[in-house]
Design a protein around this ligand. Sequence first.
Ligand code: DGP
Length: 118
Amino acid sequence: MTMELDCIFCKIVNKKIPASILFENDTVLAFRDIEQKAPEHILVIPKAHVPSIMDQSLARDTGIWDAVLDAIQTIAKDLNLDTNGFRVVNNMGLHGGQTVDHLHFHVLGGRQMNWPPG
Ligand code: DGP
């Protein structure tokens, strides 16, 4: 599995720094965002170091997409977010507001979301 030594999310995957983990399997990890923007704010990441949603390594046959979807659905059910709804966000690159260059999907819920997000 590809890892980057100076990547904060790779360090969380490798348990070098702590995180509040909600879900884990061979392919993905889900943990609480350190800057909670909603009552529930979880990040779902591939364990492999994929820099962004545009990365060529993100082929459909890697199993990453299926694993991310499974994790989002599991978390939404476990936290009862599926009843009232929730939001899934991926920020890509400078204009997208991506600050950590390891692919991650924000799962936000527990309050009414606004649109547009700004
Ligand atoms: P983005 O801006 O979309 O790249 O989101 C990156 C998120 O990662 C941001 O909401 C804060 C979160 N984050 C950054 N460093 C850490 C960390 O060390 N632990 C946790 N749990 N979250 C982090």
